[in-house]
Ligand binder design. Structure first.
Ligand SMILES: Cc1ncc(COP(=O)(O)O)c(C=O)c1O
Length: 296
């Protein structure tokens, strides 16, 4: 069937069939219109999504590449922040966001084991587990009813000289009192992480400016697990407007690397072989590199 076709022609033919398949077997019910009710965890998609999915599979590039790059740029742009890093889940996004704060690059503000993080008692498990895993003590404050968001009148009581971070989720799309929490964090020089996994698209007016939730603290996180606003099957994102935090987030996401090269890129800065790395013997590094080149 694909004989005598170039690779691009073959791909186009497959995608044409995928479109027809989707339109015939998947989109048989009423087409979605803006304002229609979407039941919890249901999916709204059409042949564009299915074609993108298959297009990506046909390329068979198994790590991040052009779709990731495009998504990161567009998502950051939508949110109005400069940096976004795609990860494999909302829980990983929370882990990356929290662990970024443990980077020595942050100097005195580096979060260390034994420090404390103010969070909320009725929340999502993986908003808190990164802190516990690292040895930071979560200090829980209660929620107000019926909002089920943190009771900001308890913030001052929860504060100690070990407090370094406030990290909490916006409950069911309703943001917590961002004005109060932001002011509290600024007053005491604390990091603020918004677990925005349940609140993507929520707008909030702060200091007269309308912003998206997730972009008011230092770092925001999203989950793209199916019940959320947008899905990739599994997926998540970490975003910030701060270039140093972005550097820490990227490093945490990419195995602790301290390098700007994208996946598959090498020696972008042109200085890879000009540095002494700690006390490692120089000739060993050159040998290692030459060996890698020869064997890959
Ligand atoms: C508030 C909140 N944070 C984090 C997560 C974790 O996201 P994921 O399931 O993608 O790991 C969820 C998932 O539902 C969530 O609701």
């Amino acid at each position: 069937m694909l004989e005598k076709k170039t690779e691009q022609e073959a791909k186009n033919a497959i995608l044409e069939m995928v479109k027809e398949y989707c339109d015939t077997y998947h989109n048989t019910k009423k087409k979605f219109s803006e304002g229609d009710r979407i039941p919890y965890a249901s999916r709204v998609y059409d042949s564009d999504e299915m074609c993108n999915l298959v297009d990506s599979a046909l390329e068979f590039w198994l790590t991040s590449d052009r779709y990731t790059e495009k998504f990161e740029k567009s998502f950051a742009n939508y949110l109005g922040v400069r940096y976004c890093s795609l990860v494999n889940s909302g829980s990983s996004a929370n882990l990356c966001a929290f662990m970024a704060l443990t980077s020595p690059l942050l100097g005195k503000r580096q979060v260390k084991p034994g420090d404390e993080m103010i969070t909320v008692a009725a929340g999502f498990p993986t908003t808190v587990t990164p802190a516990i895993q690292y040895g930071v003590v979560p200090v829980f404050i209660d929620v107000t009813i019926p909002q089920y968001n943190m009771d900001v009148t308890k913030l001052e009581t929860a504060l100690t000289d070990k407090t370094k971070v406030v990290m909490a989720a916006h409950t069911l799309g309703n943001p917590f009192d961002l004005t109060e929490v932001k002011a509290f964090c600024e007053k005491y020089n604390l990091w603020m992480i918004e677990d925005n996994c349940d609140a993507l698209g929520t707008k909030y007016v702060i200091n007269g400016e309308e912003k998206f939730s997730g972009t008011i603290g230092d770092i925001g996180t999203s989950s793209f697990y199916p019940p959320h606003h947008m899905t990739m099957g599994e997926g998540g994102a970490v975003y910030t407007d701060d270039s140093l935090l972005n550097k820490c987030i990227r490093s945490m996401r990419d195995w602790g690397r301290d390098c700007v090269c994208a996946s598959g890129q090498d020696n972008f800065c042109g200085h890879r072989f000009e540095k002494q790395y700690g006390e490692l013997p120089w000739d060993m590094i050159i040998n290692m590199y030459t060996h890698t080149l020869v064997t890959t």
